[in-house]
Design a protein around this ligand. Structure first.
Ligand SMILES: Cc1ncc(COP(=O)(O)O)c(C=O)c1O
Length: 364
Protein backbone atom coordinates (compact mmCIF):
# COMPACT_ATOMS: atom_id res chain seq x y z
CA UNK A 1 0.00 0.00 0.00
CA UNK A 2 1.20 3.51 -0.79
CA UNK A 3 2.21 5.67 2.20
CA UNK A 4 -0.71 8.00 2.89
CA UNK A 5 0.96 10.62 5.08
CA UNK A 6 3.01 13.50 3.67
CA UNK A 7 6.72 13.14 4.51
CA UNK A 8 6.91 16.48 6.30
CA UNK A 9 4.11 15.38 8.68
CA UNK A 10 5.66 11.92 9.16
CA UNK A 11 8.90 13.52 10.32
CA UNK A 12 7.33 15.75 12.98
CA UNK A 13 8.04 15.04 16.62
CA UNK A 14 4.73 15.90 18.34
CA UNK A 15 4.63 18.85 20.76
CA UNK A 16 4.53 17.72 24.36
CA UNK A 17 2.44 20.11 26.46
CA UNK A 18 2.63 20.41 30.25
CA UNK A 19 1.12 17.30 31.84
CA UNK A 20 -2.61 17.79 32.47
CA UNK A 21 -3.77 17.79 36.11
CA UNK A 22 -6.36 15.03 35.55
CA UNK A 23 -3.74 12.71 33.99
CA UNK A 24 -1.53 13.05 37.06
CA UNK A 25 -4.46 12.50 39.43
CA UNK A 26 -5.43 9.35 37.53
CA UNK A 27 -1.93 7.96 37.08
CA UNK A 28 -0.64 8.61 40.60
CA UNK A 29 -3.90 8.42 42.56
CA UNK A 30 -3.34 11.90 43.97
CA UNK A 31 -6.19 14.30 44.75
CA UNK A 32 -4.29 17.58 45.22
CA UNK A 33 -2.14 18.73 42.32
CA UNK A 34 -0.21 21.94 41.79
CA UNK A 35 0.40 22.67 38.12
CA UNK A 36 3.32 24.99 37.42
CA UNK A 37 4.00 23.66 33.93
CA UNK A 38 2.24 25.79 31.31
CA UNK A 39 2.72 29.39 32.44
CA UNK A 40 -0.98 29.76 33.21
CA UNK A 41 -2.38 32.42 35.52
CA UNK A 42 -2.34 31.29 39.17
CA UNK A 43 -5.22 33.65 40.02
CA UNK A 44 -7.59 31.90 37.64
CA UNK A 45 -9.89 33.74 35.24
CA UNK A 46 -10.50 37.48 35.16
CA UNK A 47 -13.81 37.95 37.09
CA UNK A 48 -15.08 40.40 34.46
CA UNK A 49 -14.37 37.85 31.72
CA UNK A 50 -16.22 35.18 33.68
CA UNK A 51 -19.28 37.42 34.04
CA UNK A 52 -19.25 38.26 30.32
CA UNK A 53 -19.13 34.58 29.40
CA UNK A 54 -22.01 33.75 31.76
CA UNK A 55 -24.08 36.41 30.02
CA UNK A 56 -23.33 34.93 26.59
CA UNK A 57 -23.73 31.23 27.40
CA UNK A 58 -27.27 30.98 26.06
CA UNK A 59 -26.21 32.53 22.74
CA UNK A 60 -23.82 29.77 21.73
CA UNK A 61 -26.38 28.16 19.42
CA UNK A 62 -25.45 31.00 17.01
CA UNK A 63 -22.19 31.16 15.07
CA UNK A 64 -19.72 33.67 16.47
CA UNK A 65 -18.90 36.91 14.67
CA UNK A 66 -16.43 35.70 12.06
CA UNK A 67 -14.90 39.17 11.85
CA UNK A 68 -14.28 39.36 15.60
CA UNK A 69 -15.36 42.98 15.22
CA UNK A 70 -15.92 44.07 18.85
CA UNK A 71 -12.71 42.56 20.17
CA UNK A 72 -10.67 43.95 17.29
CA UNK A 73 -12.21 47.39 17.83
CA UNK A 74 -11.36 47.28 21.52
CA UNK A 75 -7.78 46.21 20.87
CA UNK A 76 -7.44 48.86 18.15
CA UNK A 77 -8.57 51.57 20.58
CA UNK A 78 -6.24 50.25 23.27
CA UNK A 79 -3.20 50.25 20.99
CA UNK A 80 -4.17 53.30 18.92
CA UNK A 81 -4.03 51.37 15.66
CA UNK A 82 -6.59 50.78 12.94
CA UNK A 83 -9.00 47.87 13.35
CA UNK A 84 -7.61 46.47 10.08
CA UNK A 85 -4.19 46.14 11.69
CA UNK A 86 -5.56 43.36 13.92
CA UNK A 87 -6.34 39.68 13.45
CA UNK A 88 -7.76 37.47 16.21
CA UNK A 89 -6.65 33.86 16.52
CA UNK A 90 -7.66 30.64 18.22
CA UNK A 91 -4.81 31.19 20.65
CA UNK A 92 -1.69 33.01 19.51
CA UNK A 93 -0.70 29.54 18.33
CA UNK A 94 -3.08 30.06 15.40
CA UNK A 95 -1.44 33.38 14.53
CA UNK A 96 1.92 31.58 14.34
CA UNK A 97 0.43 28.87 12.12
CA UNK A 98 -1.36 31.40 9.93
CA UNK A 99 1.81 33.36 9.33
CA UNK A 100 3.57 30.25 8.05
CA UNK A 101 0.57 29.07 6.04
CA UNK A 102 0.09 32.50 4.47
CA UNK A 103 3.66 33.56 3.69
CA UNK A 104 5.99 30.56 3.45
CA UNK A 105 6.53 28.65 0.19
CA UNK A 106 7.79 25.07 0.58
CA UNK A 107 11.27 25.95 -0.69
CA UNK A 108 11.61 28.81 1.82
CA UNK A 109 13.09 28.89 5.29
CA UNK A 110 12.29 30.09 8.75
CA UNK A 111 14.87 31.16 11.32
CA UNK A 112 14.29 30.72 15.02
CA UNK A 113 16.45 30.52 18.13
CA UNK A 114 17.29 27.34 19.94
CA UNK A 115 15.70 26.95 22.35
CA UNK A 116 12.62 28.95 21.53
CA UNK A 117 8.88 28.31 21.50
CA UNK A 118 8.58 24.91 19.77
CA UNK A 119 5.44 25.82 17.82
CA UNK A 120 7.57 28.01 15.48
CA UNK A 121 9.32 24.87 14.31
CA UNK A 122 6.23 22.69 14.34
CA UNK A 123 4.12 25.14 12.32
CA UNK A 124 6.91 25.41 9.73
CA UNK A 125 7.35 21.65 9.40
CA UNK A 126 3.59 21.21 9.06
CA UNK A 127 3.77 23.41 5.96
CA UNK A 128 6.86 21.57 4.67
CA UNK A 129 9.16 24.54 5.21
CA UNK A 130 12.73 24.35 6.49
CA UNK A 131 13.79 25.53 9.95
CA UNK A 132 17.18 27.06 10.70
CA UNK A 133 17.91 27.16 14.42
CA UNK A 134 20.38 29.65 15.87
CA UNK A 135 21.58 28.83 19.40
CA UNK A 136 20.97 31.39 22.12
CA UNK A 137 24.10 33.13 23.36
CA UNK A 138 24.33 32.32 27.06
CA UNK A 139 20.49 32.34 27.26
CA UNK A 140 20.09 35.54 25.21
CA UNK A 141 18.84 35.79 21.64
CA UNK A 142 21.81 36.05 19.27
CA UNK A 143 20.56 38.60 16.73
CA UNK A 144 23.99 38.91 15.06
CA UNK A 145 24.08 35.19 14.29
CA UNK A 146 20.44 35.25 13.19
CA UNK A 147 21.30 38.08 10.82
CA UNK A 148 24.24 36.06 9.45
CA UNK A 149 21.92 33.08 8.90
CA UNK A 150 19.61 35.05 6.59
CA UNK A 151 19.84 34.04 2.93
CA UNK A 152 17.69 34.35 -0.20
CA UNK A 153 15.44 31.53 1.04
CA UNK A 154 14.67 33.13 4.41
CA UNK A 155 11.04 34.21 4.71
CA UNK A 156 10.18 34.49 8.41
CA UNK A 157 12.27 35.11 11.53
CA UNK A 158 10.47 34.04 14.70
CA UNK A 159 11.55 35.77 17.90
CA UNK A 160 9.73 35.16 21.17
CA UNK A 161 10.34 38.23 23.25
CA UNK A 162 10.59 37.44 26.11
CA UNK A 163 11.83 34.01 25.15
CA UNK A 164 9.98 30.88 26.21
CA UNK A 165 11.47 28.65 27.72
CA UNK A 166 14.32 30.88 28.93
CA UNK A 167 12.61 34.08 30.11
CA UNK A 168 15.16 36.61 28.78
CA UNK A 169 14.24 39.49 26.49
CA UNK A 170 15.75 41.38 23.56
CA UNK A 171 16.47 44.99 24.47
CA UNK A 172 14.92 47.88 22.57
CA UNK A 173 18.16 49.14 20.98
CA UNK A 174 19.20 45.70 19.76
CA UNK A 175 15.79 44.98 18.30
CA UNK A 176 15.69 48.34 16.52
CA UNK A 177 19.12 47.78 14.92
CA UNK A 178 18.03 44.36 13.79
CA UNK A 179 14.71 45.54 12.32
CA UNK A 180 16.50 48.42 10.58
CA UNK A 181 18.99 46.19 8.83
CA UNK A 182 16.87 43.13 7.91
CA UNK A 183 15.44 43.27 4.39
CA UNK A 184 11.74 44.07 4.22
CA UNK A 185 11.36 40.90 2.14
CA UNK A 186 11.77 38.95 5.37
CA UNK A 187 8.97 38.89 7.94
CA UNK A 188 10.03 39.49 11.53
CA UNK A 189 7.50 37.79 13.79
CA UNK A 190 7.65 39.15 17.35
CA UNK A 191 5.90 36.74 19.69
CA UNK A 192 5.12 38.77 22.79
CA UNK A 193 3.07 36.18 24.72
CA UNK A 194 4.60 37.40 28.00
CA UNK A 195 4.80 41.13 27.25
CA UNK A 196 2.44 42.12 30.09
CA UNK A 197 4.99 40.79 32.60
CA UNK A 198 7.84 42.69 30.94
CA UNK A 199 6.19 46.01 30.18
CA UNK A 200 7.60 47.79 33.25
CA UNK A 201 11.18 46.99 32.25
CA UNK A 202 12.51 50.19 30.66
CA UNK A 203 14.63 48.33 28.07
CA UNK A 204 11.77 46.08 26.93
CA UNK A 205 10.85 47.16 23.38
CA UNK A 206 7.70 49.09 22.60
CA UNK A 207 7.24 47.12 19.43
CA UNK A 208 4.03 48.81 18.22
CA UNK A 209 6.13 51.66 16.87
CA UNK A 210 7.39 49.31 14.13
CA UNK A 211 3.90 48.77 12.74
CA UNK A 212 4.47 51.13 9.86
CA UNK A 213 7.01 48.61 8.52
CA UNK A 214 5.61 46.17 5.94
CA UNK A 215 7.31 43.11 7.44
CA UNK A 216 6.60 43.14 11.19
CA UNK A 217 3.99 40.92 12.88
CA UNK A 218 3.42 41.32 16.62
CA UNK A 219 1.65 38.45 18.31
CA UNK A 220 0.10 38.41 21.78
CA UNK A 221 -2.18 36.20 23.85
CA UNK A 222 -4.92 36.20 26.47
CA UNK A 223 -3.60 32.87 27.79
CA UNK A 224 -1.07 34.19 30.28
CA UNK A 225 -1.62 37.52 32.07
CA UNK A 226 -5.37 37.49 31.30
CA UNK A 227 -5.95 33.92 32.48
CA UNK A 228 -7.89 32.64 29.45
CA UNK A 229 -5.69 29.72 28.26
CA UNK A 230 -8.61 27.30 28.05
CA UNK A 231 -10.61 29.55 25.72
CA UNK A 232 -7.81 29.81 23.11
CA UNK A 233 -7.53 33.50 22.31
CA UNK A 234 -4.64 35.46 20.85
CA UNK A 235 -4.10 38.23 18.31
CA UNK A 236 -1.72 39.55 15.72
CA UNK A 237 -0.99 43.20 14.96
CA UNK A 238 0.63 44.08 11.65
CA UNK A 239 0.53 46.11 8.50
CA UNK A 240 -2.92 45.92 6.86
CA UNK A 241 -1.81 43.97 3.82
CA UNK A 242 -0.23 41.24 5.97
CA UNK A 243 -3.41 41.04 8.07
CA UNK A 244 -5.60 40.92 4.98
CA UNK A 245 -3.58 38.03 3.59
CA UNK A 246 -3.68 36.09 6.89
CA UNK A 247 -7.45 36.55 7.04
CA UNK A 248 -7.73 34.70 3.74
CA UNK A 249 -5.91 31.70 5.21
CA UNK A 250 -7.99 31.30 8.37
CA UNK A 251 -11.24 29.51 9.08
CA UNK A 252 -14.25 31.83 8.76
CA UNK A 253 -15.28 31.24 12.40
CA UNK A 254 -11.87 30.63 13.94
CA UNK A 255 -12.61 32.16 17.36
CA UNK A 256 -15.53 31.02 19.49
CA UNK A 257 -18.16 33.37 20.88
CA UNK A 258 -17.24 32.98 24.56
CA UNK A 259 -13.60 33.74 23.85
CA UNK A 260 -14.55 36.92 22.01
CA UNK A 261 -16.71 38.34 24.84
CA UNK A 262 -14.28 37.18 27.52
CA UNK A 263 -11.37 38.84 25.75
CA UNK A 264 -13.20 42.13 25.54
CA UNK A 265 -14.13 42.04 29.23
CA UNK A 266 -10.64 40.95 30.28
CA UNK A 267 -9.17 44.04 28.62
CA UNK A 268 -11.28 46.14 31.02
CA UNK A 269 -10.19 44.19 34.08
CA UNK A 270 -7.23 46.31 35.17
CA UNK A 271 -7.58 45.09 38.77
CA UNK A 272 -7.10 41.48 37.72
CA UNK A 273 -4.18 42.30 35.44
CA UNK A 274 -2.43 44.39 38.09
CA UNK A 275 -2.96 41.72 40.74
CA UNK A 276 -1.58 39.08 38.37
CA UNK A 277 1.56 41.11 37.73
CA UNK A 278 2.02 41.90 41.44
CA UNK A 279 1.58 38.23 42.41
CA UNK A 280 4.06 37.20 39.74
CA UNK A 281 6.67 39.75 40.79
CA UNK A 282 6.35 38.87 44.49
CA UNK A 283 6.52 35.14 43.66
CA UNK A 284 9.58 35.65 41.51
CA UNK A 285 11.45 37.46 44.30
CA UNK A 286 10.49 34.76 46.80
CA UNK A 287 11.65 31.94 44.49
CA UNK A 288 14.89 33.76 43.55
CA UNK A 289 15.74 34.18 47.26
CA UNK A 290 15.02 30.54 48.03
CA UNK A 291 17.05 29.35 45.04
CA UNK A 292 19.96 31.53 46.19
CA UNK A 293 19.75 29.84 49.61
CA UNK A 294 19.69 26.41 47.96
CA UNK A 295 22.71 27.35 45.84
CA UNK A 296 20.85 26.78 42.57
CA UNK A 297 21.42 28.93 39.49
CA UNK A 298 18.52 30.39 37.54
CA UNK A 299 18.01 32.74 34.62
CA UNK A 300 16.52 36.08 35.72
CA UNK A 301 13.14 36.16 34.02
CA UNK A 302 11.00 38.86 32.39
CA UNK A 303 8.03 36.45 32.38
CA UNK A 304 5.83 34.43 34.74
CA UNK A 305 8.21 31.43 34.77
CA UNK A 306 11.78 30.70 35.82
CA UNK A 307 14.39 28.43 34.28
CA UNK A 308 16.32 26.71 37.09
CA UNK A 309 19.51 24.63 37.03
CA UNK A 310 18.80 21.74 39.39
CA UNK A 311 22.34 20.34 38.95
CA UNK A 312 21.02 16.85 38.32
CA UNK A 313 18.95 15.13 35.64
CA UNK A 314 15.90 17.31 35.04
CA UNK A 315 13.69 14.34 34.08
CA UNK A 316 14.41 12.79 37.47
CA UNK A 317 13.51 16.00 39.30
CA UNK A 318 10.34 16.24 37.19
CA UNK A 319 9.34 12.68 38.17
CA UNK A 320 10.05 13.18 41.85
CA UNK A 321 8.11 16.44 41.99
CA UNK A 322 5.25 14.75 40.13
CA UNK A 323 5.03 12.09 42.84
CA UNK A 324 4.72 14.93 45.35
CA UNK A 325 1.81 16.33 43.28
CA UNK A 326 3.69 19.15 41.56
CA UNK A 327 3.83 19.39 37.77
CA UNK A 328 6.74 21.37 36.32
CA UNK A 329 8.60 21.06 32.99
CA UNK A 330 11.83 19.20 32.47
CA UNK A 331 13.90 21.02 29.86
CA UNK A 332 15.55 17.82 28.58
CA UNK A 333 13.41 18.06 25.45
CA UNK A 334 15.01 21.47 24.80
CA UNK A 335 18.51 19.99 25.29
CA UNK A 336 18.87 21.80 28.63
CA UNK A 337 19.41 18.59 30.56
CA UNK A 338 19.86 19.89 34.10
CA UNK A 339 17.25 22.59 33.84
CA UNK A 340 13.60 22.75 34.80
CA UNK A 341 11.05 25.46 33.98
CA UNK A 342 8.62 26.46 36.69
CA UNK A 343 5.63 28.76 36.39
CA UNK A 344 5.24 31.24 39.21
CA UNK A 345 2.13 30.25 41.15
CA UNK A 346 0.23 31.62 44.14
CA UNK A 347 2.43 32.25 47.17
CA UNK A 348 1.20 28.98 48.71
CA UNK A 349 2.00 27.03 45.54
CA UNK A 350 5.44 28.63 45.33
CA UNK A 351 6.15 27.66 48.94
CA UNK A 352 5.05 24.06 48.37
CA UNK A 353 7.21 23.87 45.25
CA UNK A 354 10.28 25.25 47.05
CA UNK A 355 9.76 22.94 50.07
CA UNK A 356 9.52 19.92 47.75
CA UNK A 357 12.52 21.00 45.67
CA UNK A 358 14.52 21.50 48.86
CA UNK A 359 13.73 17.91 49.92
CA UNK A 360 15.03 16.64 46.57
CA UNK A 361 18.16 18.80 46.59
CA UNK A 362 19.06 18.21 50.25
CA UNK A 363 17.97 14.57 50.31
CA UNK A 364 20.27 13.49 47.49
C1 LIG B 1 6.14 32.26 23.49
C2 LIG B 1 4.77 31.71 23.36
N1 LIG B 1 4.06 32.03 22.28
C3 LIG B 1 2.83 31.57 22.08
C4 LIG B 1 2.24 30.74 23.01
C5 LIG B 1 0.88 30.19 22.68
O1 LIG B 1 -0.07 30.71 23.47
P1 LIG B 1 -1.61 30.57 23.11
O2 LIG B 1 -1.74 29.74 21.87
O3 LIG B 1 -2.22 29.93 24.29
O4 LIG B 1 -2.07 31.98 22.89
C6 LIG B 1 2.92 30.37 24.16
C7 LIG B 1 2.31 29.46 25.11
O5 LIG B 1 2.91 28.91 25.98
C8 LIG B 1 4.23 30.86 24.34
O6 LIG B 1 4.95 30.53 25.39
Amino acid sequence: MKKLTRDNIDNIKPYEPGKPIDDVKRELGLSEIIKLASNENPLGVSPLALKAMEKSLADVYRYPDGNNYCLRRKLAQRFKVDIDNIIIGNGSNEIIELSVKTFLYEHEQVITSSPDFLIFKLATLQEAGKVIEVPLDNFYCNLDKIYEAINEKTKIIFLSNPNNPVGTYIEEGKLKNFIDKVSEDVIIFLDEAYCEFAKNISEYPKSLKYLSKPNIIICRTFSKAYGLSGLRLGYGIANKSLIQAMNKARQPFNVNMLAQVAGEAALDDDDFLNKTIETTEAGKIYIYNELNELGLDYVPSATNFILINVKRDADEVFKRLLKMGIIIRSMNAYKLNNWIRVTIGTQEENRTFIDSLRKIIKGD
